[in-house]
Design a protein around this ligand. Structure first.
Ligand code: ADP
Length: 266
């Protein structure tokens, strides 16, 4: 079964005719279109920090007599270059996980260990905001896949929960398992997400509030990385959220049937 995607543009041509332009966006051309969009998005996103860095460098050069100004602008230069480094890192991670199915190619992974590691890496930002970060439950079985990809995905979800929550709130990570499906929930008491944005936030570079995302070190790529990693593992990610109350991201992954571990090399 093939889906044919056609982009139609219609324009009047005199009184009696209309002009119909049909762009074929099926398969190959669609992949190409997605790739072109990605390149356009990336170039656009890189322009801001690169522009800021070059402007700051110029300003520092011009202010070389004024120690205080040099110190101030150098600090900002440092901040902008860190931001650029994080953005480049996320772009590389996203291109690495895009379309890389690991259901069969992976190895047995203990999801509880993955979560504990992801939580440990998010501890510092949580402590800085006085957020109580807790894990409850356990996962008796393993999943088949790539531990690094999974750690990165859960870290993004936990980092977001911390990033979009006020100080002194709680972020809970719940682990459970049913009918061969491992379920991980990440719940926060943060700002929440309006219904109309709930699907869009999984698109790359989509942010509800770009200024807030940037000022807290976000790149707009975290959730698209999550979406790809989860789908690479044959799973799904769901979102429940209420503005002003908080959000829960639920990740479901098929568990590895015990006894099949030794077949992992096949
Ligand atoms: P970012 O780097 O901007 O956090 P993400 O792809 O991780 O990028 O998330 C996209 C957007 O989704 C964020 O900019 C934010 O608006 C929203 N978002 C993600 N997680 C949460 C959350 N836990 N609570 C509220 N908003 C969130």
């Amino acid at each position: 079964e093939t889906t044919i995607v056609v982009n139609l543009r219609v324009a009047p041509l005199g009184d009696e005719y209309i002009l119909v332009l049909a762009d074929d966006r099926t398969e190959v051309s669609r992949t190409e279109a997605v790739r072109n969009d990605f390149v356009a998005n990336v170039s656009h996103e890189l322009k801001t920090p690169v522009g800021a860095i070059s402007l700051l460098a110029e300003t520092i050069e011009g202010a070389s007599e004024d120690d205080e100004a040099v110190r101030r602008f150098s600090k900002r230069l440092h901040k902008e270059s860190n931001r650029l480094a994080v953005l480049v890192q996320d772009i590389i991670e996203l291109s690495r996980v895009q379309g890389k199915n690991v259901v069969h190619a992976g190895v047995p992974v203990d999801l509880t260990t993955v979560i504990v590691e992801a939580v440990d890496r998010s501890r510092v930002p949580a402590e800085d905001k006085g957020i109580d970060l807790r894990v409850a439950g356990e996962l008796p079985r393993r999943v088949h896949g790539d531990a690094d990809q999974l750690t990165m995905a859960f870290r993004n979800l936990i980092d977001n929960a911390v990033r979009y929550s006020p100080e002194g709130t709680r972020v809970g990570i719940g682990l459970s398992s049913r009918d061969g499906i491992a379920q991980v929930t990440i719940t926060d008491q943060g700002i929440g997400i309006e219904a109309e944005n709930q699907e869009r936030i999984f698109e790359r570079f989509y942010r509800v509030d770009p200024a807030r995302s940037r000022s807290t070190g976000g790149t707009g790529l975290g959730l698209s990385i999550v979406k790809h990693v989860v789908s690479n593992h044959g799973g799904e990610v769901a979102l429940w959220s209420q503005p002003g109350k908080g959000s829960t991201f639920t990740v479901r992954l098929p568990e590895l049937e015990e006894g099949l571990d030794d077949l992992s090399g096949l």
